[in-house]
Design a protein around this ligand. Structure first.
Ligand SMILES: Cc1ncc(COP(=O)(O)O)c(C=O)c1O
Length: 414
């Protein structure tokens, strides 16, 4: 299969490098894909597909890194937002949508006695950390997973005083003893344990919670009187309407939602127990931003959630994801490409098994090159997502592309 024509993308990229440091910030830089093979600018999307500036069309299995839960340009949501735009959405005071959305969160999410709304996942995780510190009057944070770009948790340390990291300690997913050790070593100092309920380390297989793991985290948090925070920024409104916590039967004290909750509009939510959120009510802890009360994204969230409920979107994605997962696992298994399938039904991932000669890197590059050339947009270092508007035809085609691409890997890098 020939290389894609991405000439316009490349011209725009040269311009971007001059105008924007690094061309674009963070994880959308070319080295996160396959440089020279992937497009660099997209122009439009519809349902489960996206188009680049050169006119190439792709089945989109990355879903904007998670926000697209229903599909691109979902008219019902866009129309609701447009109606609000006509009335205005950025005012001196809060608009009634706040209460409606907080009520909805309370209805759906077990720990959401109270909620407030911010813009990004990083806003939400940082808010939770501040609330937990204010509530417990302790400083240490035990964390497990990616929680965004702010000082307390950024994985790249440049520009951040080392002191910012000294109170944030990492434990291993699915390893209760690593958490217990940190709790024992920091007795009386731990304000919060923050964890993604599903493990999704960069470029490594997705990890499903082992039996008893999340329950164990809950009981250790109780024993040490630390606030338990579930970072549901990826899993929320995807794994289930009440979050992965609800699906796996473990209730945190604070749960954080973002990405999928408004099908692409920028909003995130901090939901928690009233007695903990009280530090905000009492103004002991300060959280505020000019744009937090804007209503456009609240309208989008309410309409998205309405569709998620009405169409049983999470259940349907789970059911279709299960079929996709079983077909894909069989394809991966049969391929002989030294690949592995991991994930949960809404979040599938193909990784290449590490080997001493590091051929897995070449295999990964070849696989994702072949897939993008055939019109399947995935990310080599990040799991995929299934959206509601991915049709059976899209998923069938995705499996064919993955099979063909793995066959080439098996042949060329045995
Ligand atoms: C689990 C998790 N938490 C927090 C964040 C940060 O969210 P944002 O990029 O919206 O700031 C992310 C982003 O990928 C995430 O996956």
């Amino acid at each position: 299969m020939d290389k894609l024509n991405i000439r316009k993308s490349e011209e725009m990229w040269d311009e971007a490098l001059d105008l924007v440091p690094g061309g674009v910030l963070g994880i959308r830089r070319p080295y996160n894909f396959v440089p020279g093979e992937y497009p660099l600018f997209l122009t439009r999307g519809k349902a489960g597909h996206v188009w680049d500036v050169d006119g190439n069309e792709y089945i989109d299995l990355l879903c904007a890194y998670g926000p697209i839960i229903i599909g691109h340009r979902e008219e019902e949501i866009d129309e609701a937002v447009t109606e609000q735009m006509k009335k205005g959405f950025c005012f001196n005071l809060c608009q009634p949508w706040q209460n409606k959305l907080a009520k909805k969160m309370r209805e759906l999410i077990p720990c959401a006695e109270q909620s407030f709304f911010v813009k990004t996942g990083s806003d939400a995780t940082t808010s939770a950390v501040r609330i937990a510190r204010g509530f417990t009057k302790r400083t240490k944070i035990l964390r497990c997973g990616y929680h965004g770009w702010h000082d307390w948790c950024s994985e790249v340390h440049g520009g951040i005083p080392e002191a910012a990291y000294k109170d944030t300690l990492e434990f291993k997913y699915n390893d209760l003893s690593s958490l217990e050790k940190l709790l024992d070593g920091n007795k009386g100092d731990v304000a919060a344990i923050i964890i993604t309920p599903v493990g999704h380390p960069l470029a490594k297989p997705v990890e499903v919670p082992k039996d008893g793991f999340l329950e164990g985290v809950r009981s250790l948090a109780d024993k040490h009187k630390a606030v338990l925070v579930f970072d549901e920024i990826r899993t929320g409104f995807r794994v289930s309407l009440g979050g992965a916590g609800l699906r796996f039967g473990v209730e945190p004290d604070i749960a954080l939602f973002g990405k999928a909750m408004a099908n692409g509009y920028p909003i995130a939510a901090v939901c928690g127990k009233r007695n903990i959120m009280k530090v905000l009510a009492d103004a002991e802890v300060f959280i505020s931003s000019t744009f937090f009360p804007n209503s456009m994204e609240m309208v989008a969230a309410l309409k998205t959630i309405e569709i998620l409920e009405r169409e049983r979107v999470c259940d349907q994605i789970w059911e279709r994801g299960l079929v996709f997962q079983s077909e894909l696992s069989a394809v991966v298994e049969a391929s002989g490409a030294h690949a592995s399938f991991s994930g949960i039904p809404p979040m599938p991932y193909i990784t290449f098994d590490s080997d001493p000669e590091k051929k897995y890197k070449e295999r990964r590059k070849l696989f994702f090159t072949q897939a993008i050339r055939r019109g399947l947009f995935m990310q080599p270092y990040h799991h995929s997502y299934i959206a509601f508007r991915h049709t059976d035809e899209d998923l069938k085609r995705a499996i064919e592309i993955i099979r063909d691409s793995l066959d080439i890997v098996a042949k060329e890098i045995p």
